[in-house]
Design a protein around this ligand. Structure first.
Ligand code: HEM
Length: 555
């Protein structure tokens, strides 16, 4: 099984657009970055950095008069690499696979705002929290990340609804408003807690099984793959009210085909975007992209939708999970429910699983952080009790570990905005409507002036209470006063991630239970390195021993 970031890989321009490339575009919709209405940078009170309190209200900086605009510089005045330089960096220097690092390189060369062109993209890159804030504040009522012409074309070919990623304006907002309530309200999301706990139970059993089968009785050779399966199983159990069996010994054939269809769709989406239309008769990418979407629909969604619809129409009582609720709410057409659930599914897999992989990687290398996490979990939930949502609110260090992981490895290393309602002014530049902005989140959350020791994993940095008495340089004044736009892993505003609450719940429950049951450590004689890529953790070896075993040998 491949462990590619599905939802937020292609969604990055969906879940990130960060990288603005085909990959970005893919990541982009993968994370299918949605925007939860009114989700303005909420943080748990304990972890709340002071500066979050002062996010300025949105302002609309539409250009007032042509005279004013004339005084400003234009997009043509921006510095930036030529097309051939960009292609050289991407293809020859290998940045196509690590575009998040290109952000810092180009910022050093051209300054915090620059223009870059490659393939079909003509981008204005912004790489400071201030500039990111300025774009967001001018994004308009119905923000758009980027155009998704290939998705749109497929939907038209099959007569399907457009869905969150393709739809724009009030129509996008109508769909989004129907999806938000059962996704973004904490109380509503807690309904899914017991389902997720069952899936986590399966994950723990799977880790134990793989460990005991290994030569050293300690190493799970590819923990990222297991977490990917967990991500898939978790989100599908919430959305479809169905267990796919990803964590079983024998993964059902249909499930494997579904997973393959998801990966194919994302992979070929990249290709379809990059090559011009006339190549479709010669190259296989478009046909395979269409085939992948067809398979994806047919294999799971059609089948599950038909079952649930039949139950709804027979007025049978059904466990009211997400899909059932959407189908019975009448707020969306059946076609819109189809596509919305698919997009949520695409957004919900690799996002949570990659974040968990990176968190375990750092905990395995940092026994101090690991011990602190275990003490916290164990004090709130002694004797391996499964945590409840209420328990999670008493685990600030657990949440800090996830935040710090998302800062170091943002699922969407870049995001995008195609500002089509307004002209935009940034510093002393004026941009016409429909300018495509690339928001360099990765660079912003790795900026030393915002986060001292930015490349280090320091969950404590999210605790203001650690500041006053500590002697370490982490505690120097102002350390926690980062600009709120330097860390927006789920986006911000009405288009922010629709799956944020579900993702946090999944990650918090999973990490608390894994750290309560396992003692991860770096495999001997193996120096784990941080791969250049943010998402490809495939093959991440993970050694752990059951905590119970360690505790009993101590006695
Ligand atoms: C670690 C977990 C996750 C992270 C860091 C993340 C991050 C993001 C980001 C940055 C965006 C773009 C927001 C913007 O443009 O301002 C986004 C959009 C989206 N995400 Fe996530 N996401 C995560 C998990 C999920 C999950 C679990 C789901 C599904 C339940 C999901 C579904 C979506 C969708 C559908 C959108 C597009 C929304 C729209 O365009 O209206 N995400 N996500």
């Amino acid at each position: 099984m491949r462990t590619r970031s599905v939802a937020h890989t292609q969604s990055a321009l969906s879940h990130s657009a960060s990288t603005m490339g085909s990959r970005a575009a893919a990541t982009w919709y993968r994370c299918l970055p949605a925007l939860c209405s009114g989700t303005a940078l909420r943080v748990a009170p304990v972890l709340r950095p002071a500066s979050f309190a002062s996010i300025p209200a949105r302002r609309n900086l539409n250009v007032q008069t042509a005279t004013e605009a004339v005084k400003l510089k234009s997009i043509d005045d921006l510095p930036g690499p030529s097309r051939s330089t960009s292609m050289y960096w991407l293809l020859v220097k290998g940045y196509a696979e690590k575009m998040h690092l290109l952000q810092g390189l180009q910022k050093r060369l051209y300054g915090p705002i620059w223009r870059s062109k490659f393939g079909p993209f003509d981008l204005v890159n912004v790489a400071t929290p201030d500039l990111i804030a300025q774009v967001i504040q001018q994004e308009g009522r119905y923000p758009v990340r980027m155009e998704m012409p290939h998705w749109k074309e497929y939907r038209e070919l099959r007569g399907q609804a457009y869905g969150l990623h393709v739809e724009t304006g009030p129509e996008w907002y109508r769909i989004r408003s129907a999806l938000n309530p059962k996704m973004l309200k904490l109380q509503e999301v807690s309904v899914y807690a017991s389902t997720i706990q069952q899936v986590i139970g399966d994950l723990l059993q799977r880790i134990e099984l793989l460990r005991t089968r290994s030569q050293d009785q300690a190493t799970v050779l590819d923990v990222a793959a297991e977490l990917y399966k967990f991500g898939f199983e978790g989100i599908s159990s919430i959305l479809f009210e169905t267990r796919l069996g990803c964590l079983q010994e024998e993964i059902p054939h249909e499930t494997l085909r579904f997973i393959k269809a998801v990966n194919d769709m994302l992979t070929f989406a990249d290709m379809v975007l990059l090559f011009p239309r006339w190549t479709r008769n010669i190259l296989p990418f478009w046909k395979r992209f269409v085939q992948a979407w067809d398979d994806l629909y047919e294999m799971l969604i059609d089948r599950r939708m038909a079952e649930i619809e039949a139950q709804v129409s027979r007025d049978e009582p059904i466990e009211g999970m997400y899909l059932t609720n959407l189908l019975s709410s009448d707020k969306l057409t059946k076609a819109e429910v189809y596509i919305s659930v698919t997009e949520l599914m695409l957004g919900g897999v690799d996002t949570t699983s990659n974040t968990l992989s990176w968190a375990l990687y750092h905990l395995a290398r940092d026994s101090r952080a690991q011990d602190r996490l275990y003490s916290e979990v164990n004090s709130v939930c002694p004797d391996k009790r499964e945590p409840t949502m209420d328990d999670l609110s008493r685990m600030p260090f657990l949440k800090a570990v996830i935040k710090e992981t998302l800062r170091l490895y943002p699922v969407a290393p870049g995001n995008a905005r195609l500002v089509s309602e307004n002209e935009v002014i940034l510093d002393n530049y004026w941009f016409p409507k429909k300018t495509q902005f690339h928001l360099c989140h990765y660079e912003a959350c790795h900026d030393e002036s915002e986060f001292p020791n930015a490349e280090h994993f320091l969950p404590e940095r999210w605790f203001r209470s650690d500041t006053p008495n500590s002697r370490s340089d982490r505690a120097r004044p102002g350390f926690y006063q980062h600009n709120p736009y330097s860390f927006i892993p789920f986006g911000v505003g009405v288009r922010a991630c629709v799956g944020k609450r579900v993702a946090e719940m999944e990650m918090h429950f999973a990490l608390s239970r894994v750290s309560d049951a396992e003692v991860p450590f770096v495999p001997s004689a193996q120096s784990l390195h941080t791969w250049g890529q943010l998402r490809s953790l495939a093959g991440l070896p993970f050694s752990s021993l059951p905590r119970l075993l360690i505790e009993s040998t101590m006695w």
